[in-house]
Design a protein around this ligand. Sequence first.
Ligand SMILES: [Cu+2]
Length: 263
Amino acid sequence: MLRIAALPVAAVALSGCTVPAFGARPGPTTTSKSVFHLWQGFSVGAMVIGAFVVLLILYAVLRYRRKGDAIPKQTQYHIPLEMVYTVVPILIVFGLFAATLVVENKEVANPKTNVIVDVNAFQWGWKFSYPGTSTVVVGQTTENPTMVIPVNTDVHINLTSTDVIHGFYVKAFNFSRYALPGVDNQFTIRAVNTGTFFGQCTQLCGLYHSLMYFQVKVVTMDQYNSWLSNNSNPSAAQASNTANQQQTSTHVPSKPTASSGAN
Ligand SMILES: [Cu+2]
């Protein structure tokens, strides 16, 4: 019985790519792929158990359907069977818990790296600054600022908020974190595919929350380095730092091309 239950789990572990996606996507980062495989494992497990339960129900319905008025033999207190149906679900829950723990530990691991991005959320936009350089990208609402990061490299993110709670969410990364005022939320992303990925604020944070977009662009290390030097702007970095300190909730974008269907 346990061996049968272990089969689909082994199938997922050994050949994650041939198992159906169940509506999710592997995404471009190491952790997005882990989350995806966890989702596949949960889905396969749920389907196996669901099928098992349906078969048992069908068996009971057909085998013990009413045949005359005699009450069939009543049985209870089958201790071994009761132990099995208590212990097996507990083992399954432990298995799901352990698999989740492994993936979550990957998500919160912060390996040492030289690539650091300070991500600051504010009403209603994002500021991406690269410590040790004078490169700063700021954009609000429809300006859609872009965070550029190198591929196959651990990128350490320091996530903060200037005013209220925001949510840093990149759908393709299968990842979301709060940006909290007064809290430095740290995490590490390691993208293994290049590309441009859509991100947005996921915490209702005020008037133009629905326009609080950004992009993450994953490029090669060479492209990243040349982008950094091309966008280095000491005076802008200085100005942006000062501006950031002065940002208030009255900072309203000049042209909010609001489309209510945008979000
Ligand atoms: Cu927000």
